[in-house]
Design a protein around this ligand. Structure first.
Ligand SMILES: Nc1ncnc2c1ncn2[C@@H]1O[C@H](COP(=O)(O)OP(=O)(O)OP(=O)(O)O)[C@@H](O)[C@H]1O
Ligand SMILES: O=c1[nH]c(=O)c2[nH+]cn([C@@H]3O[C@H](COP(=O)(O)O)[C@@H](O)[C@H]3O)c2[nH]1
Ligand SMILES: NC(=O)CC[C@H](N)C(=O)O
Ligand SMILES: [Mg+2]
Length: 528
């Protein structure tokens, strides 16, 4: 049975709970709190209030959500939450819920606001708005509105259409805003949030990645004891950082296992062997599993099926490595370390009330019969935080700043069946795109650039005065903060032109290069 992941930091950490009412971006709120150097965790709104309070939160934030507070079956909260003496900050739905729970009024009075809105701060000396302009741009997304604040609350801001756009009860440490301070378009949002955390809740901003390193090393030691562990190492940032952390915690009890599943990019295997070992001195085992993966994937074109197969084969390879390590003398090999991040968990439907968009191979794609106990020290973190932890651990920039590459590799970048020929072709196209992006100095500007082969699509071309009937290659350059949302990158035309010319000239069977200009949402970053 996979064990529960290691618990987040111990109770000496000041934790702020973000109660998720099905918000689009609950994780964004959690991020912003951490940017304010305060540790935060997301909990579902269905968690009983007593359980929330048992976590000893220093403050609680209530997220937005799609429901209307007055609708039947809408998520609600026990009033006790507001009476426990814990400071609370409601945003949008959370604000409306605080209003109605405490006796205020929320209704659908036609006051809809979506997007950029001017907020007029109506009270000087407000805890939340202190030092921010009297008029400030905020991001709204609501159809219901609060028309009367609960007793004991002061209205602190309004808009042209909403008379109660923010309120506070400083004595009880209860605060709320109708808008979304967590999005960047709310220019003073971070300042308002920090006012809540530091002034309202009196929390010291002292959570840093150094805390994470220390806490996780202690947690890993406690979990693994004197047994041995293996770590799936991909050459990517997450597993490199996870491995370095575990290496620091248990040293030679760890063996890293790199699986060459034949779905990697050009030159990747060699690079992992060279870079990672040089940086950490960890024991590395390279497993050639190309045949195994390609056989298992033969004839499969459904994306979820591919992901499940890849997730399963990964574990089978790890089990084999486990047996081999057991040949060497030493204790049981009971643990599997993975570089799983928070967004992997959320996207696999492991969040709260969140839909399963796609099964990430290391979470939703894991087989049911896995016997390893998982060690996932980065499970609560976002990518930029993981990069900070990596720096903290002294990993070189080539590893820490590397662009993400999905575990299922090129297998989910071939739309259609996966074959060796198609993989070789895509590897060539991908290598060209990467080379040109690097040459143009764009690596740090983009988050990543999947190169996708539409293997089941053909189009007519003309090359060397002859007719061709080849496949298109899609370029998907994106910019992002954490891969939860993304925008397509506006790459210079000259770079795109160079990539297009080189791919069509140099890669057999490809006669067209197209650019994906879709943000996420509605698209995801990978095509499958
Ligand atoms: N080829 C591989 N061999 C061994 N383990 C792998 C391989 N690919 C992925 N994994 C495991 O799956 C986890 C998740 O993969 P993922 O791609 O999200 O992370 P990463 O490769 O470490 O970092 P990045 O997001 O920067 O690519 C990895 O942290 C690693 O534990
Ligand atoms: O290790 C991984 N295993 C997976 O199964 C997987 N699927 C997507 N990704 C990466 O996750 C980020 C978000 O991708 P999507 O927008 O396609 O969901 C992007 O960075 C993707 O490259 C994966 N990484
Ligand atoms: N974004 C939100 O939290 C919206 C709250 C509520 N559904 C409204 O429309 O007013
Ligand atoms: Mg990866």
């Amino acid at each position: 049975m996979p064990a529960a992941p290691p618990a987040a930091p111990d109770t000496t950490t000041d934790v702020v709970l973000v109660v998720d009412f099905g918000a689009q971006y609950a994780q964004l709120i959690a991020r912003r709190v951490r940017e304010a150097r305060v540790y935060s965790e997301i909990v579902p709104s269905t968690m009983p209030v007593a359980e929330m309070l048992a976590k000893n939160p220093r403050a609680i934030i209530l997220s937005g959500g799609p429901s209307s507070v007055y609708a039947e079956g809408a998520p609600s909260l026990d009033r006790a939450l507001f009476e426990a003496g814990v400071p609370v900050f409601g945003m949008c739905y959370g604000f409306q819920l605080m209003a109605t729970t405490l006796g205020g009024t929320v209704d659908d009075n036609g006051a809809r606001e979506y997007g950029r809105t001017a907020l007029a701060v109506s009270k000087t000396g407000s805890t939340l708005f202190e030092g921010t302009p009297a008029e400030q741009p905020v991001w709204m997304s609501h159809g219901d509105a609060c028309s009367a604040a609960p007793e004991g609350f002061t209205v602190t801001a309004s808009t042209d259409v909403v008379p109660v756009a923010a309120f506070e009860n400083d004595e009880k440490k209860l605060y709320g805003v109708q808008y979304h301070p967590e999005v960047l378009h709310s220019t003073h949002g971070q300042q308002v949030l920090e006012h809540f955390l530091y002034r309202g809740a009196g929390i010291e901003p002292n959570w840093t990645t150094t805390n994470v390193v220390e806490e996780q090393i202690a947690a890993i030691r406690a979990q693994v004891g004197d047994k041995r562990a293996i770590c799936g190492l991909s050459g990517g940032v997450d597993s490199a950082v996870a491995a370095a952390l575990v290496q620091k915690a248990i040293g030679s009890q760890l063996t890293c296992v790199y699986v060459d599943h034949g779905l990697m990019r050009k030159g990747e295997t060699e690079q992992v062997e060279k870079d990672f070992v040089a940086a950490t001195g960890a024991k590395l085992k390279v497993v050639d599993a190309e045949k195994r993966f390609l056989d298992a994937l033969a004839g499969v074109s459904d994306p979820e099926q591919k992901r499940k197969i890849i997730g399963r084969e990964f574990i089978r390879v790890f089990e084999q490595a486990q047996l081999e390590i057991l040949q060497e003398d030493g204790p049981e090999v009971a643990f599997l370390v993975q570089g799983t991040l928070y967004p992997d968990v959320v996207e696999s439907g492991g969040g709260t009330g969140t839909a399963n968009i796609k099964s990430h191979h290391n979470v939703g794609g894991l087989p049911d019969d896995i016997e390893f106990e998982l060690v996932e020290p980065l499970r609560q973190l976002f990518k930029d935080e993981v990069r900070m932890v990596g720096q903290e651990l002294g990993l070189p920039d080539e590893i820490v700043q590397r662009q993400p590459f999905p575990g299922p590799g090129l297998g989910i970048r071939i739309v259609g069946d996966v074959t060796k020929e198609r993989l070789d072709l895509l590897r060539e196209a991908d290598a060209i795109a990467r080379e040109e992006l690097t040459a143009a100095g764009l690596d740090r500007d983009i988050w990543q650039c999947p190169v996708v082969l539409l293997a089941d699509v053909r189009s007519v071309g003309v090359q060397g005065d002859g007719r061709t009937y080849g496949h298109p290659i899609v370029l998907r350059p994106v910019s992002s903060e954490d891969a939860m949302t993304a925008d397509w990158s506006r790459l210079p035309y000259e770079t795109l032109a160079k990539i297009s010319t080189r791919i069509t000239n140099e890669v057999a069977d490809v006669n067209r290069v197209v650019l994906d200009v879709t943000s996420k949402p509605p698209g995801t970053i990978e095509w499958e």
